[in-house]
Design a protein around this ligand. Structure first.
Ligand code: AMP
Length: 480
């Protein structure tokens, strides 16, 4: 199947061609025609499946078809994301795919000055990509009007809930036109009970699309465990990067402190390295990421939470310098490689303390990861396992979160606007909201072989997302 058959306009097809895409991914094949037809969609797809283009392309088309020549330019589409990085990446996609269209977009998230964002909003924006906290700040200051939204996208909804954004989402929903007067698109890697409840509130007779994660651990990513003593991990990592001539490697540590320390040590070893984690300013995070993408930074050391939403094309190597405390995070981590169908390599440096964590991961994967001892780094069998420190607690102690993520301090920001000349028109629709019970989602389940979608059989278990409990889905992030 080619992009030409999906009903996209010539301007969008041109932008897609310029990106070098020839075949739509399964989520794109399924979502684009449905979204173009104006349907609400609930899609089970995670980062790496091409979901961003899956909703951005049809959204841009609908907005450009439906323009008016009025002088006011209200925000007509809102994409809500859980993290700054994801917001910035979605905004890049909107800009890239919409480059031949007269639409304007802006991204807003916390941690950066609000005034440039206010100015961008004043100039007029068709498409807004935002994280919830700063969005609500703007709304409460009266610098943003969401009453003309025609398309609302909730991206990575499961992470939103996991990060404690449910109340913010509710507040945002209250600012939108009433349901039935807007199109709603919900993307989530998992469909937990909480996601379904949210979908019931949000979506109007949705079409349900489920596609397999393309970069499943087993299929595309070569995984290996290198047993090594804890004290020799840094030395071994430097040795591997140098001797294997890796030019771009993402390394995961469990804690922010550990990420800083490792980046500094690697620098001392002569490797250009940067750390990215929640304590870094937005400027430092953006600099580290762009340095990594451009090749100036060879090693990016990240904590789990900071790595959310990172989309680095063709990232060839991911190293688990330390295994995550929660097995699901291993899958998220290694998903940073093998993106969009490309092969990748995930390497775990495992010391004796981490054998239980490794066993948990292998139980989740339902397979053993091959062990390869690197010459000269054979672990000392006399070293005994020690408990792993985790945010002031040791392994086995309470795993409950200290506070929900996504509080004011964690909220995202930044502003970027895209030029355009078009004017907006409020889309009115005669559809009225149907009760969700009487109007359950129509399920589109697609079987896949090769590039075709298939039923996602990899649902992970969900947990409580309310209050201070953090579900096992994404693990515990002491990060300190
Ligand atoms: P996403 O799941 O939206 O984060 O996209 C993952 C990656 O796939 C991004 O780097 C996109 O640029 C890339 N991508 C999206 N659609 C396609 C396509 N049809 N063919 C090849 N790569 C794609």
């Amino acid at each position: 199947m080619s992009f030409d058959t999906l009903g996209l306009s010539a301007d969008l097809l041109r932008a897609v061609r310029e990106q070098g895409y020839t075949i739509p991914t399964p989520i794109q094949q399924n979502a684009i025609p449905l979204i173009l037809s104006g349907k609400d969609v609930m899609a089970g797809a995670q980062t790496g499946t091409g979901k961003t283009a899956g909703f951005t392309l049809p959204m841009l088309q609908r907005l450009s078809e439906n323009r008016s020549e009025g002088s006011r330019r209200p925000v007509r589409a809102l994409v809500l994301t859980p993290t700054r990085e994801l917001a910035a990446q979605v905004a890049d996609s909107v800009e890239t795919y919409g480059r031949h269209l007269p639409l304007r977009s802006a991204v807003i998230f916390g941690g950066v000055k609000i005034n440039p964002q206010i100015q961008a909003l004043r100039r007029g924006v068709d498409i807004l990509i935002a994280t919830p906290g700063r969005l609500l700040d703007h709304a409460s200051q009266g610098t943003l009007d969401l009453s003309q939204i025609e398309v609302f996208v909730l991206d990575e909804a499961d992470r939103m809930l996991d990060m404690g954004f449910i109340h913010d989402i509710r507040k945002v929903l209250a600012l939108l036109p009433k349901n039935g007067e807007r199109q709603n698109l919900l993307f989530s890697a998992t469909f937990s009970k909480e996601i379904k409840q949210l979908a019931d509130r949000l979506l109007n007779a949705p079409e349900l699309i489920e596609v397999a994660r393309r970069n499943t651990a087993a299929e595309l990513i070569k995984q290996v465990v290198h047993p090594v003593d804890k004290k020799r991990k840094r030395e071994m990592l430097s040795h591997m990067i140098g001797s294997r001539n890796w030019q771009q490697v993402l390394v995961f540590t469990r804690t922010k402190h550990g990420a800083n320390r490792l980046a500094q040590q690697l620098e001392k070893d002569g490797l250009r390295a940067a750390a990215i984690h929640g304590n870094k300013s937005q400027g430092a995070r953006t600099r580290a990421l762009s340095g990594f993408k451009s090749g100036d930074v060879r090693v990016l050391v990240a904590t789990d939470i900071a790595a959310r939403g990172l989309d680095i094309d063709q990232l060839p190597h991911v190293v688990n310098y330390e295994l995550p405390n929660v097995p699901e995070d291993y899958v998220h981590r290694i998903g940073r490689t093998g993106r969009a169908g490309k092969e990748g390599e995930a390497i775990s440096l495992v010391c004796v303390d981490e054998h239980k964590l490794l066993a948990d991961i292998e139980r989740l994967l339902k397979r053993k990861i091959p062990r390869e001892t690197i010459e000269g780094y054979k672990p000392d069998p006399t070293i005994k396992a020690e408990p792993i420190q985790r945010g002031g607690k040791t392994q086995g102690q309470s795993q409950s979160r200290q506070k929900p993520r996504g509080g004011a301090k964690n909220r995202a920001s930044n502003s970027k606007s895209v030029q355009s000349k078009g004017h907006a028109k409020k889309r009115s629709t005669s559809e009225s909201r149907n009760g969700t019970d009487s109007n359950p989602p129509r399920k589109h389940v697609h079987r896949t072989s090769g590039n075709k979608p298939q039923v996602n059989t990899q649902r992970r278990r969900s947990g409580s997302v309310r209050g201070r409990e953090r579900p096992a889905l994404l693990g515990n992030y002491p990060e300190d």
